[in-house]
Design a protein around this ligand. Structure first.
Ligand code: CTP
Ligand code: MG
Length: 235
């Protein structure tokens, strides 16, 4: 079985509001995208990469890609469209039961232990799964004016992280189905769930931060430092 990696990196980073998309902002001296690709490459050195980039992206440098086999894919208007474009490019290459791992370029802190554990769990999973983290805070529901209408039980609630990994044929069918029905999906797992299947949650470390807001860049730099002190991750 081949392992395919899809990294959606065609976003604009609007919430970050930088002078360029957040994947090109500097984190510990190098673009966020470089960190993310290097972590994936160290964990999955023989995988083939599909990197989704905005068609008019002036920031990307192909010298940053550490993978031997990779291709650039034109991103779409939503994250799911970018991923589906990559899946379509694989139509004549991937087998239906090949694993496809999708990982946000904006998650450079994903730990090698989690990348390894995800693959180990998948070895005994027919459907697929994703890194996830149990919710720690009390959860409130509110109206549009910010008044609490209910306190929700956090029992059984998890944060969905990436990578998310599914069999090629299943994931392609799931995302096609979502597009055809006009359902907006923000991750791969929700498209799989819409088929009536139950993705496996793989408990992840708490430091798989998605860089979203300006303060996240310095947080991510601190996470790198802590991970380097723990070992396993080069400083
Ligand atoms: N992404 C993508 N194609 C899109 C939109 C998003 O490939 N049309 C990617 C982003 O590059 C990111 C991931 O999907 O790696 C998660 O998206 P998000 O964190 O929302 O990033 P942005 O869309 O760039 O940020 P924002 O929503 O603040 O504009
Ligand atoms: Mg977005």
């Amino acid at each position: 079985e081949a392992l395919w990696l899809i990294v959606p990196a065609a976003g604009q980073g609007r919430r970050m509001g930088g002078d360029r998309p957040k994947q090109y902002l500097s984190l510990a001296g190098r673009p966020v995208l470089v960190h993310t690709l290097e972590r994936l490459h160290r964990a999955y050195p023989r995988a083939s990469l599909r990197l989704c980039l905005a068609p008019d992206d002036p920031w990307f440098d192909p010298a940053w890609v550490p993978f031997e086999r990779w291709q650039r894919i034109a991103g779409g208007s939503e994250r799911a469209d970018s991923v589906l474009n990559a899946l379509e490019e694989l139509a004549n290459r991937a087998a239906a039961d090949d694993w496809v791992l999708v990982h946000d370029v904006a998650r450079p802190c994903v730990h090698p232990d989690d990348l390894q554990r995800l693959l180990e769990v998948l070895a005994e999973e027919p459907v697929g799964g994703l890194l996830a983290m149990p919710v720690a805070d009390t959860m409130k529901r509110a109206d549009a004016r910010g008044r609490v209408t209910a306190t929700e039980s956090r029992e059984g609630l998890w944060h969905a992280l990436t990578p998310q990994a599914f069999r090629y044929g299943l994931l392609r069918d799931a995302l096609h189905g979502a597009r055809e029905r006009g359902v907006r999906v923000t991750d791969e797992a929700s498209a799989i769930e819409a088929l009536g299947l139950a993705p496996r949650l793989v408990p992840a470390r708490r430091d798989n931060l998605k860089i979203t807001h300006p303060e996240d860049l310095s947080l991510a730099a601190r996470i790198f430092a802590v991970q380097a002190e723990e070992g396993k991750v080069p400083g």
